[in-house]
Design a protein around this ligand. Structure first.
Ligand code: ADP
Length: 406
């Protein structure tokens, strides 16, 4: 792309030099009418030389870019402002299942026979950039990740990356976890119930045995929770069911979620505060899932806060989004751990969190829920001072999608 910018700059330089040359010639013509004896102004000769050199450089840079575009393994397609394909490399033709050279001159819709691709190109032309994913409708057609960017010349470049294998492996992983969790769930639930029954009779057991039974009960409880959360994750990964989509008032959801956790917070000696304006624009989504994401953030905030501190949920509408932030004054998260915090099973310090329970799946679930709703989630923290976990959901309901990665 840098080479392209270079070409554009060189062409502009050549044009400017030519204009200057024309102006100089005109002035010279006016001052010295032709005498029949050509006397070349040395400045003009110098300028002519620079123009020629600049033209040569521009042609070379253009040639360089063309070679680079053919060499890279990804598809590269250039479209004009009226959505016509101006250039497409060999990889682009191969990915779309076309013979080389048959895309240029066609409209984006004709070249790709896909409305979604046209939408991506149009968005990039209008807004500057766009990203999307689509599967080419052919037998064994690849899944393409498309990144588009408007260029200074007014058109746009589309880069097509084949992510079929990645998506296939992600699907296999999700199915594997789903099957495994289903298989584990029944025996684990039985063991958990048996441990509970035993614990209820603890009075008739010797103290050592009663202690062990209590431990079995707690640990099987953790295992059941982990399996349930893994099942939840794989369900969220398969996308949000359209019939679960509703208008959600995040201000009200913040208050009901805080109420659900009030007893737990009181036991921890932590005060819960909700700061939300009376009228919050609704977002489109699955209320139960969004509530679950918020509950996970709030549960962590309380869990990692010292007694006597405050956990606040702030709901802030912006022009296009509603932002929900959960702020605590707990132990915080080291900067080195922050980038990994939303990965499944990730825990900052297993030794430190052993006593407070948890599966390491809560944040991963929250991230999948938010991203499946077209939103963003992030964390800010200062170790020893506290953390703020925030998510933003778009006010105008997006197309709900699965988020297979992470
Ligand atoms: P868990 O079930 O272990 O809480 P999560 O995915 O919810 O799993 O969180 C992953 C890890 O992130 C936690 O084990 C903890 O180390 C860290 N963490 C999450 N929220 C906070 C917080 N508010 N303050 C400090 N650490 C946190």
């Amino acid at each position: 792309m840098g080479a392209l910018v270079e070409v554009v700059a060189l062409v502009a330089l050549v044009a400017a030099a030519m204009l200057l040359l024309a102006a100089l010639l005109q002035r010279r013509g006016a001052r010295n009418p032709p005498t029949g004896q050509a006397r070349v102004d040395p400045r003009l000769a110098e300028l002519e030389g620079s123009v020629a050199a600049a033209e040569e450089q521009a042609a070379a840079a253009e040639g360089d870019t063309a070679i680079l575009i053919e060499l890279v393994g990804v598809g590269a397609v250039r479209v004009s402002p009226d959505l016509t394909v101006e250039a497409a490399n060999e990889a682009a033709h191969r990915l779309v299942g076309r013979r080389p050279g048959t895309m240029v001159g066609r409209s984006v819709l004709e070249a790709f026979t896909d409305h979604h691709m046209e939408e991506i190109a149009r968005t990039a032309l209008e807004t500057g950039s766009a990203v999307g994913e689509l599967t080419i409708r052919l037998e064994h057609g690849p899944t393409l990740l498309v990144r588009a960017r408007r260029t200074p010349g007014g058109g746009a470049w589309l880069v097509l990356e084949d992510v079929s294998e990645l998506r296939r492996l992600q699907r296999i992983r999700t199915e594997f976890i789903d099957n495994l969790s289903h298989e584990l769930r029944t025996p684990l639930t039985t063991v958990s119930l048996l441990a509970e029954t035993l614990a209820a009779d603890a009075g008739s057991l010797p103290p050592k045995a009663a202690e062990r039974v209590a431990k079995i009960e707690v640990e099987t409880g953790h295992l059941v929770q982990m399996v349930d959360e893994l099942l939840d994750l794989s369900r969220i990964e398969s996308g949000i069911a359209p019939d679960a989509v509703d208008d959600v008032d995040l201000g009200r959801l913040a208050r009901t979620t805080a109420d659900r956790l009030r007893l737990f917070a009181e036991r921890q000696g932590v005060a819960l505060e909700v700061d939300a304006p009376p009228a919050v624009p609704v977002v489109r989504g699955d209320r139960e899932r969004i509530g679950q994401a918020l509950l996970n953030l709030l549960h962590n905030a309380v869990k990692f806060s010292p007694p006597g501190s405050v956990v606040a949920i702030r709901v802030t509408p912006t022009e296009s989004e509603v932002v929900v932030a959960v702020e605590d004054h707990g132990q915080g998260i080291p900067a080195s751990a922050l980038p990994r915090i939303f990965e499944r099973f990730y825990k900052v310090d297993r030794a430190r969190t052993r006593g407070v329970g948890g599966t390491g799946l809560g944040l991963s679930i929250a991230r999948h829920v938010v991203e499946a709703h077209g939103g963003r989630i992030w964390a800010e923290s200062v170790e020893g001072a506290g953390s703020t976990f925030s998510f933003a959901l778009p006010v105008h309901g997006p197309a709900l999608a699965a988020t297979p990665d992470g």
